[in-house]
Design a protein around this ligand. Structure first.
Ligand code: ACO
Length: 446
């Protein structure tokens, strides 16, 4: 008989199954608890809730371990390409040479967008944020791929996954071109995945961009390091949307929106803004660290801290070494790298950061490499989204194949108990900043 946990609530005892993962992670299965007892569990922000069983990615935050399908991130960073890693995540095993060739071929086959989709870009204002454009365009792509909406067979999934991964870089580069008011550049079939993306980002009609192998390799590394990360905010969003039966493109478009926030994928751009602020203000590293520790400042050390890693983010270690290598190779001296190093050193020796177990995460150094290879800051989170696409696709597939029930968390209601409807003339005005008093009289919402 498998192990059971015992829970006592309001004088009654309940036996709950204990689930053990392949890496000995122990969980108490409470899925039947409410039916048996009327009791739910409460876990604000899901910091201790396992929302699914997954075979894709393993993280041990205490020991700083990250593995995709069992393979350590350090080995993938050293030996693998983005496309190979994407295949591994989506299908569970590293591809054979033939499978990889076929996969690359599919990327080329699907690299173009439907001409109708290119017209959508005309509707976005220049200065429109590329993350907004990316999300909207991924969703719109499903209109041109109606078979994806039903997804009736495994074959449709294989082609949908390849279409989405391939087109994401085309959509992303076009989003950038739109945001700077330049003509859109078509992909080139002779280029590999990363070179093609760089070409679409940086070529202009009368000047071809020549992809530099060092830059292409740096981009591969960035994408591999971001390819999946277990049940983070955006991946959980993708799974949540997928669980309603929504199609792959719609679910991943939602993932892009979740990633956009500065506490998640937006942190890489926020790190550069923070470093720039420190440089421009002439503030010392010590002063900035003191400001972060002062809770009244409401400032965080961006690129530091992680919900899961309480030791060191292994991706940060790899990317920090890569930043040194890439900047050296490209013969770039960026004072921001020196500043980031000094900031890391100051934080790691400070009791505030030590006690709260706050270490650099992947975003702390990724922006510095992206800046060195010419990626503009407003595209940083888009780069993260391209990199994360295989993880989202793999997680979507897991939900789809598992025939998951719709995700539907419970809540503990803490609002007013039952009360009578009040006629309009008897109500007292409640103060709502921006729409109370005079503003409301003038027509309200300003
Ligand atoms: N700077 C200063 N203090 C911090 C930081 C930080 N970067 N991160 C956490 N803390 C403090 C919190 O204020 C809190 O203090 P308290 O206990 O006195 O209230 C304590 O450390 C615990 O932090 P939480 O916010 O509870 O940690 P949580 O797990 O909810 O948040 C998060 C994790 C969002 C990553 C947080 O550390 C953060 O905001 N970091 C900065 C943004 C960032 O780098 N995000 C990228 C995340 S990685 C990724 O998405 C790839």
């Amino acid at each position: 008989m498998s192990e059971m946990a015992t829970l006592q609530v309001q004088g009654k005892t309940y036996n709950l199954p204990v689930v053990v993962g392949t890496e000995n992670e122990v969980a108490v299965d409470i899925s039947k608890l409410r039916a048996e007892s009327g009791v739910i569990t409460l876990d604000d922000g899901y910091s201790n809730t396992g929302s699914c069983r997954s075979t894709i990615t393993f993280i041990d935050g205490e020991r700083g371990i990250l593995r995709y399908r069992g393979i350590p991130i350090e080995q993938l960073a050293e030996h693998s390409t983005f496309l190979e890693t994407a295949w591994l995540l989506i299908y569970g095993e590293l591809p054979t040479a033939e499978q990889l060739q076929c996969w690359s071929h599919r990327m080329t086959q699907y690299e173009m967008l439907h001409e109708g989709l290119y017209k959508h870009y005309d509707g976005f204002p220049s200065q429109g944020h590329p993350m907004a454009i990316l999300s909207a365009m991924i969703n719109a792509t499903s209109c041109y791929n109606p078979d994806v909406i039903k997804m009736e067979s495994a074959e449709t999934f294989q082609s949908a996954a390849a279409r989405l991964l391939s087109k994401t870089r085309t959509i992303a580069a076009a989003a950038y071109k739109t945001s700077i008011g330049q003509p859109l550049i078509y992909p080139k079939p002779e280029y590999d995945y990363c070179s093609n993306f760089l070409h679409m980002m940086f070529s202009i009609p009368f000047k071809e961009y020549e992809p530099d192998p060092d830059i292409v390799n740096a981009l591969q590394l960035i994408f591999v390091l971001h390819a999946d990360h277990e049940q983070n905010c955006s991946t959980s969003t993708v799974r949540m949307v997928a669980s309603s039966g929504a199609n792959l493109f719609a679910s991943c478009a939602a993932g892009v929106c979740a990633l956009w926030g500065p506490l998640h994928g937006g942190a890489n751009a926020a790190v550069i803004e923070m470093l720039k602020y420190i440089q421009d203000s002439g503030m010392s590293v010590k002063e900035y660290v003191a400001k972060v520790k002062d809770k009244t400042s409401h400032i965080k050390l961006m690129g530091f801290g992680h919900r899961v890693y309480k030791n060191y983010d292994p991706r940060a270690r790899i990317i920090k070494a890569a930043a040194d290598r890439v900047l050296n190779k490209l013969q770039i001296h960026d004072p921001m790298l020196d500043l980031a190093r000094a900031l890391e050193e100051a934080a790691l020796s400070d009791d505030y950061f030590k006690e709260k177990k706050l270490y650099p995460n992947v975003d702390f150094y990724s922006g510095i490499i992206m800046k060195a290879i010419g990626i503009p800051v407003e595209m940083f989170t888009v780069m993260f989204a391209i990199g994360r696409m295989p993880g989202w696709i793999a997680n979507w597939k897991e939900v789809w194949e598992g025939g998951a029930r719709i995700y539907r968390p419970r809540q503990v209601y803490v609002g007013p108990t039952e009360r009578e409807y009040m006629p309009i003339g008897q109500r007292k005005e409640m103060h709502i900043p921006g729409i109370s008093g005079e503003a409301a009289m003038r027509g309200g919402c300003q």
